[in-house]
Design a protein. Structure first.
Length: 326
């Protein structure tokens, strides 16, 4: 699967950049970039891809995407003539090494560091956090200089302390990333990661590794991961199945077995329940969003396919994007 690299406008001298766009069409391919990206969508609806996650968003969306995690938004509310509801998208991008200093290891920045580490799976924010972040982000577009930097840090602190957020891409999709402070939990988690494709893996086997009773381990596991052992095991297996569906041409039966499911019917049932489509539909829908006709690109960004590094930038008159460096 070909993923395009976006050449972002972030310069070495920038703390961050803001792209403030109106009436976007999201006419660009699935892509990634080394920078962090916070994307605020207001006033339109469509589909969002982050890693192996494919979801519908309606009227609003707020997502933090970590470095090299591929992503794409599109719209499903456009009319045949290309018109649609007025919308606004504000995107903040900043360098992956912006906080590579001892400063971020200090107490006040601890939660921000955890936020950035966790963003390698993509994080979606909702409800109260969305409303507060929306006010800060739109306010950022009106500020200048150091005041803008202070509000940017305030925004990161808000997101870092949010309780109404969730991961998008599965653990397996981003190198089994789970931010754990408990050493025993790390041992258990890594054991599950190494063995989840074994259909006979049971909770008692992992509990024995920590010399715990099964019931004690079950409570310990859920307290540290916010999900049951069974749920994590299923998430890993489904995430790995998604990866195989995208990266290989293997048939569904073989992918089911390779992912740790010994029953194809059960695999299909769980896949439909948690991915809201069949495995083949998932592969087809993803491929449709990867395939890209460069003649249709109107968005004023530079995306670099391996065989077309000098593709011209186009800036249509009806696509208004304000770019601010800070």
């Amino acid at each position: 699967m070909k993923i395009f690299r976006e050449i972002t406008p972030v310069k070495k001298s920038d703390v961050f950049v803001i792209l403030d766009s109106y009436n976007v069409h999201f006419d660009y391919p699935i892509h990634n970039h080394p920078e962090y990206e916070l994307n605020l969508v207001m006033g339109c609806s469509g589909n969002r891809i982050v890693g192996d996650s494919m979801e519908v968003y309606a009227q609003s969306d707020l997502v933090l995407v970590g470095p090299y995690l591929y992503h794409k938004w599109d719209r499903t509310d456009l009319r045949p003539d290309g018109s649609g509801p007025d919308c606004r998208v504000v995107t903040i991008q900043f360098d992956e090494h912006l906080f590579d200093s001892n400063l971020l290891s200090k107490g006040p920045f601890y939660r921000i560091r955890k936020l950035l580490n966790r963003s390698n799976r993509g994080i979606c924010f909702a409800e109260k956090t969305f409303d507060q972040a929306q006010a800060l982000i739109t306010g950022l577009t009106q500020l200048n200089g150091f005041e803008r930097v202070l509000v940017f840090l305030q925004l990161l602190e808000l997101l870092a302390n949010s309780n109404d957020c969730r991961f998008l891409a599965s653990e397996v999709f981003r190198d089994y990333a789970l931010d754990l402070d408990n050493h025993r939990m790390e041992v258990a988690y890594q054991y599950v990661v190494r063995n989840f494709t074994n259909p006979d893996l049971k909770i008692g086997e992992v509990a024995d590794k920590l010399h715990m009773a099964e019931s004690t381990f079950s409570h310990f596991f859920k307290k540290n991961t916010n999900k049951s052992f069974t749920q994590l095991l299923m998430d890993l297996r489904l995430g790995y199945a998604c990866k195989l569906l995208l990266d290989t041409d293997d048939n569904v039966g073989n992918i089911s077995l390779k992912s740790g499911f010994n029953n194809l019917a059960n695999f299909n049932r769980l896949f439909r329940k948690y991915r809201r489509c069949t495995p083949l539909q998932y592969r087809k829908q993803y491929k449709m969003r990867v395939d890209f006709d460069w003649s249709h690109q109107l968005t004023p960004y530079q995306f670099v396919p391996e065989d077309n590094r000098n593709h011209p930038l186009l800036q249509p008159e009806d696509y208004a994007t304000k770019l601010v460096h800070n």
